[in-house]
Design a protein around this ligand. Structure first.
Ligand code: PMP
Length: 377
């Protein structure tokens, strides 16, 4: 009732409790860092119950979670997460890249799971405290960063399939190296005509764990055939619609059937994740205003006809982990297609436009290019 609502406490960063570690964790030299394998000293926890609302947020030494085996995250996949990075700039300051977008997306995912909404600004305040405490864990070398994994799980100990009465939001962090230590490594894709990642009316636009577990086997099968990633298709008409690449959004730069240069990415119709990098690529391209920029569906048929006619300039995937990832080819229904990397410079590892997005986005992330997308902590 109203009385219970009125006593639900909001998330209050001024109540943050910090319990510092007395046993710092072992550190690896930068060159030995592997994505998501080592973790910094501390983690952030924000607990919610339906009766009391948000408890005082806490930072404590990194370590296991204790949870009732009936907790509904363990049964019904009541979980969602985020992926973002913190960088150290040339002045030694900590920077985040468009973090309010990650908080908004976390909220969207949480809401879809029937979780309470999370005050993004308050959560970000707590995350900034975590970053200040573990600043020495943010690697300083070029291309290195601290990967942040905000996660929300239902701790509600109940086997009924129902709304959660208790959730835990936690944030762990992991020092990571550049995705391409020796320059771009263009990917080859297996266009999967059997397995579907997301569908109309589903949850493809939310970052829920349930979207990822079913991709492991198709990804392993693609890898077994010698491809780096799955190109996810939807439907079968004209070869199906192109949607995403592995866990990246897809961009194709080509000369379209009307003879115009056009950068195309699938639209946010509920079947693809609204990537922060995708949004940044679109905003930059629109700001430059040098070619047509479209959020629209493209079928495999349209794509392969453009390839066969020599009208594709370059294609890439994009996401927080990689920034941009050049695509050099794919296989679809037994036919192999080559996507040009860089028609002008056969030795380049990426197309001119792909490289330009890389330079601009990483420049902003590390504070070399001034932008309000980069938030100093
Ligand atoms: N698609 C999927 C399925 C993803 O998991 C991710 C990674 N979050 C992306 C796209 C890229 O999103 P972002 O640019 O926000 O990292």
């Amino acid at each position: 009732g109203l009385r219970a609502m009125a006593t639900q406490a909001p998330l209050d960063p001024s109540k943050l409790e910090i319990n510092q570690t007395s046993a710092p964790r072992p550190r690896l030299p930068n060159a030995e860092l592997k994505f998501g394998k080592t973790f910094a000293d501390h983690m952030l926890e924000m607990d919610w119950t339906r009766t009391a609302g948000w408890a005082a947020p806490t930072i404590r030494p990194y370590g296991p979670l204790a949870m009732d085996p009936a907790a509904s995250v363990l049964h019904y996949g009541m979980e969602c997460f985020e992926g973002m990075k913190a960088y150290i700039d040339a002045q030694g300051k900590i920077r985040l890249f468009r973090p309010e977008m990650n908080m908004a997306r976390l909220n969207k995912s949480m809401t879809r799971l029937g979780f309470p909404s999370l005050d993004g600004d308050a959560a970000l305040d707590c995350i900034k405290s975590l970053l200040r405490l573990d600043k020495s864990w943010i690697p300083r070398d070029e291309g290195f960063s601290l990967y942040l994994r905000p996660t929300a799980v239902s701790t509600h100990p109940f086997l009924g399939v129902s709304a959660s009465d208790s959730i835990k939001v936690f944030v762990i962090t992991s020092p990571v190296g550049p995705y391409y230590p020796e320059g771009f490594k263009p990917v080859t894709l297996f266009a999967d005509s059997v397995n579907v990642r997301a569908w109309p009316g589903g949850v493809g636009d939310c970052k829920v764990g349930g979207n990822y577990a079913p991709t492991i086997r198709p990804q392993a099968e693609a890898a077994g055939k010698g491809f780096s990633q799955v190109l996810w298709l939807l439907g079968h008409e004209d070869g199906g619609q192109l949607t995403e690449v592995g866990t990246m959004n897809l961009f194709i730069f080509h000369r379209n059937e009307d003879g115009e240069d056009e950068l195309v990415t699938p639209p946010l119709d509920g079947t693809i994740l609204p990537g922060v990098t995708r949004d940044s690529v679109l905003a930059l391209a629109r700001k430059w205003g040098e070619f047509k920029v479209s959020e629209r569906n493209m079928t495999m048929g349209e794509f392969t006809r453009a390839i066969d006619a020599g009208r594709v300039h370059e294609a890439f995937g994009c996401g927080t982990a990689v920034v941009v990832s050049p695509i050099r080819g794919f296989q679809h229904n037994g036919t192999t297609y080559t996507v040009p990397l860089n028609k002008e410079d056969p030795d380049a590892g990426a197309g001119k436009l792909t490289q330009r997005f890389w330079d601009e986005i990483t420049g902003i992330q590390y504070g070399r290019i001034p932008s309000d997308w980069s938030v100093v902590v």
